[in-house]
Design a protein around this ligand. Structure first.
Ligand code: NAD
Ligand code: DAU
Length: 339
């Protein structure tokens, strides 16, 4: 089996490559990544010399390059993680989100049509459903919840999902889609809530909480997400959407306090800053469909996963300090300087 993994130098894609190496050691994995600010080749160092692994620095929007790569390598399965993934950046500059997340998806599916494929899997997000009100804890996102997006990021992801459905129905492309809740774990870029707060707390820097910090996210350990995608590749039904989540809702402020406690740092580091524009209130996945259909259940409890994630960041300071010492400083200044 030959699996083409796009966005494999990013957070979830790299964890997926490591997961698949262990789970299917004889499968060939081809990682395609443009190496944007969010892609880091150092992350993939442990697999670079593996004879079953190959890396190609390619932009998924580059039709010519993607088609020649497909012609040369003839993948059996494509798993598309490649995306611009940060909501705040999409608010600052939406254009690249539309290019990569929508046009890139189209290029990949066109290549699948041209060269044939057993499965095209689109890694989507629960953000395509918009948000739920904080005062209705009885409501959850199911696969039937209408798409109702808030940010340019989520609008671009929802557009890609619609395109996947269209390619399935119109051309019979064997597509599956997964919509997962917020992931946490090793190798997450330090612009996202959990690693940003760990990095700032260890440096005794202010922890910028948007608004009151009462927004709720539904957190899943990244390896559980990877296991769900592997299961969908194996047993998923073509044309089907699968929601992935572990019923683990937390308020942002509680996560931040938990990180401070684990690092033995004072809550006085918390700084409430201007809220994100159009900030989604609550995400909450109903994962009963993937459980009933495919038998998937998450394995990592949040209490364990968050502690091991904090430990990982403490033990891999080089990995993230390298990142935050470069151009990321300019982003941080733009995003938080006058907030
Ligand atoms: P990430 O930002 O950490 O990584 C994205 C990767 O894609 C990077 O390696 C980057 O270099 C690469 N990339 C970007 N543009 C590209 C292009 N044009 N061509 C090739 N490669 C390109 O993102 P992540 O958090 O790992 O998310 C991966 C996927 O999972 C995304 O599609 C995202 O929408 C989805 N998702 C993320 C979460 C989450 O909590 N992080 C939850 C649900 C779904
Ligand atoms: O739900 C899945 C989505 O989760 C993915 O599709 C996205 O790619 C991923 O980035 C994530 O989106 P969020 O916007 O939920 O994640 P983020 O880490 O940016 O923010 C989580 C919450 O924390 C959100 O309510 C905003 C808040 N926040 C974030 C940052 C970076 C803060 O209060 N302060 C911060 O500095």
């Amino acid at each position: 089996m030959k699996v083409l993994v796009t966005g494999g130098a990013g957070f979830i894609g790299s964890n997926f490559i490591f997961y698949m190496r262990k789970k299917h050691p004889d499968w060939d994995l081809l990682c395609v990544d443009k190496l944007t600010y969010a892609g880091n080749l150092e992350t993939l160092a442990p697999v670079m010399d593996d004879p079953h692994f190959r890396f190609s620095k390619t932009d998924i929007v580059d039709r010519k390059a993607i088609f020649s790569l497909f012609e040369e390598t003839k993948p059996d399965v494509v798993v598309n993680f490649a995306a611009e993934s940060h909501v705040d950046r999409s608010i600052e500059n939406p254009a690249v989100f539309l290019e990569t997340n929508i046009m890139g998806t189209q290029v990949l599916m066109d290549a699948c049509r041209q060269f044939g494929i057993q499965r095209y899997h689109q890694v989507s997000t629960d953000e395509v459903y918009g948000d739920l009100p904080l005062d209705r804890p009885d409501l959850f996102f199911t696969e039937k919840t209408p798409l109702h997006t808030s940010s340019p990021y989520s609008a671009s992801k929802a557009s890609a999902d619609l395109l996947c459905n269209a390619y399935h129905r119109t051309y019979g492309l064997p597509v599956t889609i997964s919509r997962c809740s917020n992931n946490y774990g090793p190798y997450q870029f330090p612009e996202k809530l959990i690693p940003l707060m760990i990095a700032n707390a260890t440096a005794d820097k202010a922890l910028p909480v948007y608004g009151e910090g009462l927004n709720v996210r539904d957190w899943l350990y990244v390896e559980d997400h990877c296991a769900a995608i592997d299961l969908i590749l194996e047993k998923g039904k073509e044309g089907q959407v699968y929601n992935i989540g572990g019923h683990n809702e937390m308020r942002n402020i509680d996560i931040v306090k938990l990180i401070l406690q684990a690092l033995d740092k004072p809550e006085s580091l918390i700084t409430h800053v201007a809220d994100r524009k159009g900030h989604d209130q609550r995400y909450a996945i109903d994962p009963s469909f993937i459980h009933q259909e495919l038998g998937w259940l998450p394995e990592t409890k949040f209490a364990d996963g968050i502690q091991s994630t904090i430990r990982w960041y403490l033990e891999h300071e080089d990995w993230w300090k390298n990142i935050i010492s470069g151009d990321y400083q300019n982003y941080y200044e733009r995003m938080y300087g006058n907030r």
